[in-house]
Design a protein around this ligand. Structure first.
Ligand SMILES: [Zn+2]
Length: 342
């Protein structure tokens, strides 16, 4: 039996991206509502206690994100749908790169169809009718889990969807809109004191979280992920060259498997040792059955990763990130939490 609280919001199901535009082609979305439902079913069957998310005001979101990004996400669908455009989802076609404007702040485009290019850094991360409501609910889920841990729970799990770790302070991408992990870490820091640590075991580099806390020593960030140099998202970031005293990337070769992956998780856990509290950014897409990852970690490997992180003995908020195999996502989350909470 799994004796820990997990936070849930039905609103997280409202985001239905339907598709991703990948290398110019519309492909079926993998970040689907059924992911969260599969996790919820597995947690309930394992005996974890469901706690409804409590609404929190925007202060914790605005402590992490540029207000312009938040306002864009809040209004993007209404503006797009009112403009009667050929795409049924908000998608950028032009990108406001700093090099384009010679370092000047880009103008806010009058054309609704150009505006996503101020805030999106890829074409995969589409916005539809319930996207804002789901992304904002995912933040409430994470903040409610922080409340539980600040109130004395040793471990609380936040069933966040959509995920968040690819979102920087001002730009979104990677199927993520608001950085739930970074918001939770900032709030946890305010509640329990620092430093706090974020250990990200998603198969992909937590580039947004890294960028948000870059140069700070009160939030320690570690990420274990498939080597972006081997051709994996986010491609431009996630290398060991970005490491400093408060940020650790451990890029791994494809097909690394349990032994090498767990060594990397142990190295990441060491960075978290001085912390007062821990956020685990739990992506289960490093698992062997996942369509998005080549790392080939087993369910037993995830359980052991949970045990390694649990041995730190820190108050811990677990925030859901990636994981796309609907048959195994639930058991992988349950096993990781079982390792963490035992
Ligand atoms: Zn991932």
């Amino acid at each position: 039996m799994l004796s820990l609280p997990f936070v849930w919001s039905d609103d997280c199901l409202r985001h239905e991206p339907e598709a991703e535009i990948w290398v110019g082609t519309r492909t079926a979305a993998t970040e689907v509502p059924a992911r969260a439902l599969a996790i919820r079913r597995a947690l309930a069957a394992a005996g974890a206690q469901e706690v409804p998310a409590v609404a929190h005001d925007d202060s914790a979101v605005l402590a992490v994100h540029d207000p312009a990004l938040v306002e864009f996400l809040r209004t993007a669908w209404a503006e797009w749908s009112a403009a009667d455009l050929p795409s049924d989802r908000v998608v950028p076609y032009i990108f406001a790169r700093a090099e384009l404007t010679g370092g000047r702040a880009p103008a806010t485009p009058t054309a609704v169809w150009a505006r996503p290019g101020l805030f999106a850094y890829d074409t995969m991360t589409l916005i539809g009718p319930g996207t804002w409501q789901a992304a904002r609910a995912a933040v409430d889920v994470a903040l409610t889990a922080v409340d539980l841990v600040a109130g004395g729970a040793r471990v609380a799990y936040a069933c966040c969807r959509p995920p968040g770790h690819h979102v920087t302070r001002s730009v979104y991408g990677g199927s993520c809109y608001l950085n739930n992990t970074a918001v939770a870490a900032t709030e946890l820091l305010a509640r329990v004191g620092g430093p706090v640590a974020v250990v990200d075991v998603d198969a992909h580099h937590g580039n947004g979280t890294q960028e948000i806390f870059l140069g700070r020593d009160d939030v320690l960030t570690a990420s274990v992920h498939v080597d972006p140099g081997a051709g994996w998202f986010p491609h431009f970031l996630g290398f060991a060259a970005e490491n400093d005293a408060a940020n650790l990337n451990v890029p791994l070769a494809p097909s690394t498997g349990d032994e090498g992956w767990l060594d990397a998780v142990r190295t990441a856990a060491e960075l978290a040792e001085p912390a007062r509290a821990l956020i685990v950014a739990l992506g289960v897409d490093a698992a062997a059955d996942d369509p998005e990852s080549p790392l080939e970690v087993t369910t037993a490997g995830y359980r052991e990763a949970g045990r390694i992180l649990g041995e730190l003995g820190l108050p811990t908020v677990v925030v859901q990130e990636g994981g796309y195999d609907l048959a195994t996502i639930g058991p992988l989350v349950v096993e990781t939490l079982a390792g963490l909470a035992r």
